[in-house]
Design a protein around this ligand. Structure first.
Ligand code: ADP
Ligand code: F6P
Length: 455
């Protein structure tokens, strides 16, 4: 059997029970648990010298091979080009994008370094699966070293339309580098189409079916929406039934209804608009005042990137303003928490809530939307309110209440509708969504991608 080597910037923490916020880590870890394999990436540490030899730690059937970054590499590759340019641009926030040639050079350098590390221990029949925007040029860097293995790339975030992508000065080099892969996977058909549009218009590609021909190279492209293991999540959501934090949450609610949101604290998640929508609900539907609590869990993310510090301050002042205005002696409308919770606990919070509010301005997939549904009790499920700009909308639009996150009143109306929805309608929406989640679960995401990558 050929080995599977996964490469991503972030690697799951090996410490048992330690959970990590971020769809890539959650998805790849669960997917690799079943197949076994090697997972190469950054260990989250900064060291004075670049790592030559990765440190390998094994946990059951996965070998975690990790390297540190130097401060300079971290600044240019991770903080600069990946999170100061690619992340905002791919999420349509060109107002937050910052390009420098030094960042781009640092980005390419770290990608070459990862390729060298890969090359040093590669076997002929290994399959390589590269993940996400930090490592777009890794396939090309591998080819430059003479690596001929099958290499696939999966993008967890949106792929922007050409008019947005072309604001990145080296856009052509980036997309040309993507053509070194054998298979390119995206979250949705919209992302595939955006790539194809760029490739035909700027690289003269010819497209037939799922094949894109550029010069003498032919690559496969496709949509592989990432899933979850709904039945595992369901079991997880029941595990913490008698835990102290869940008891504390419930006793604080005093039988009020609960709206819950969980996101990394990222400007792409639409947090400020969401807080405003909750306030609009209190303004326009006074029967909910004192009767519903909104819990937002948002662990800080990438705090050394400017846009993230800004959104944190903005959210603090929005939450403070709304709570200052509406809080009563016995009721605080918004509970806003900057921390992570263990997965089982998070899923139990979902389970006891009446509404899951998932309203990103732009999101590759959004696994929280899927986890929210899978955590619901079948006899009395909560309602998912979902942004049309989440990748998950492509699969979940018929069961969720769909909203435009720029429409504050529309979101308030959807909340009102969700809080008042009859049991029969909630059940039929839930059953429909569970069927979809089971059909396209995490194993089928991985198996479809790897089958198309081939041997
Ligand atoms: P992203 O990849 O942009 O962070 P996703 O919604 O796709 O967004 O994935 C987030 C993942 O991280 C989900 O599996 C979610 O349960 C987990 N997560 C998010 N916030 C927290 C938190 N506060 N504590 C623990 N896990 C979290
Ligand atoms: O899926 C989106 C994603 O950016 C992953 O690539 C990343 O691992 C995760 O969110 C968390 O971000 P970071 O690795 O920058 O902490």
């Amino acid at each position: 059997m050929s080995r599977l080597i996964v490469v991503s910037n972030r690697v799951a923490p090996i410490t048992e029970g330690k959970s990590s916020a971020g769809g890539l880590v959650v998805g790849v870890l669960d997917a690799l648990r079943e197949t076994g394999g090697i997972w190469l990436g950054w260990n989250g540490n900064i060291e004075p010298e670049p790592t030559q030899q990765p440190v390998t730690e094994s946990d059951k059937n996965i070998d975690f091979c990790t390297v540190a970054l130097t401060q300079r590499d971290y600044d240019h590759y991770y903080r600069g080009f990946s999170n100061g340019l690619l992340w905002p641009t791919f999420h349509y926030r060109i107002d937050l994008s910052r390009y420098t040639g030094d960042d781009y050079a640092g980005y390419l350098k770290v990608n070459r370094h990862f390729a060298q590390i890969l090359a040093s221990s590669l076997r002929d029949d290994d399959r390589i699966w590269v993940h996400d925007y930090h490592l777009i040029p890794l396939g090309k860097a591998c080819r430059d070293l003479g690596i001929r293995n099958r290499i696939g790339f999966f993008l967890h975030i949106p792929f922007p339309s050409p008019s947005v992508l072309t604001t990145i000065p080296p856009h052509r080099a980036l997309v040309e580098a993507m053509c070194a892969y054998d298979l390119l996977g995206f979250q949705t058909q919209t992302d595939v189409q955006a790539f194809v549009d760029y490739a035909t218009r700027y690289l003269g590609a010819a497209v037939s079916g799922n094949e894109v021909k550029i010069g003498d190279r032919s690559i496969k492209v496709g949509a592989y929406p990432i899933g979850i293991h709904p039945d595992q999540i369901r079991a997880l959501s029941k595990q913490s039934r008698r835990s102290k934090p869940l008891d504390a949450l419930k006793s604080g609610l005093q039988h009020r209804k609960l709206i819950v949101s969980v996101d990394r604290l990222d400007y792409s998640k639409g947090l400020v608009e969401r807080f405003n929508a909750f306030e609009r609900l209190l303004e326009t539907a006074p029967r909910h005042r004192g009767k519903v609590t909104f819990v937002q869990i948002a662990p800080p993310s990438r705090q050394d990137v400017q846009g993230y510090r800004q959104i944190r301050r903005q959210l603090e002042s929005t939450a403070g303003r709304i709570n200052g205005k509406w809080t009563e002696l016995s009721w605080t409308p918004i509970r806003y928490m900057n921390r992570s919770y263990e997965r089982a606990l998070l899923m139990s919070f979902f389970r006891v809530s009446q509404v899951g509010l998932v309203t990103p301005l732009r999101d590759g997939m959004n696994l929280v939307a899927k986890e929210y549904i899978a955590s619901q009790p079948a006899h009395d499920p909560g309602v998912l309110v979902l942004s049309e700009f989440a990748g998950a909308a492509a699969e979940m639009r018929d069961g969720a209440l769909m909203v435009n996150p720029y429409d504050v009143q529309g979101m308030a109306d959807a909340l009102d509708r969700a809080l008042s929805m009859a049991l029969d309608e909630r059940k039929s929406r839930y059953e429909h969504l569970m069927e979809i989640l089971r059909k396209n679960d995490l194993s089928s995401w991985r198996d479809r991608f790897l089958a198309d990558l081939g041997d």
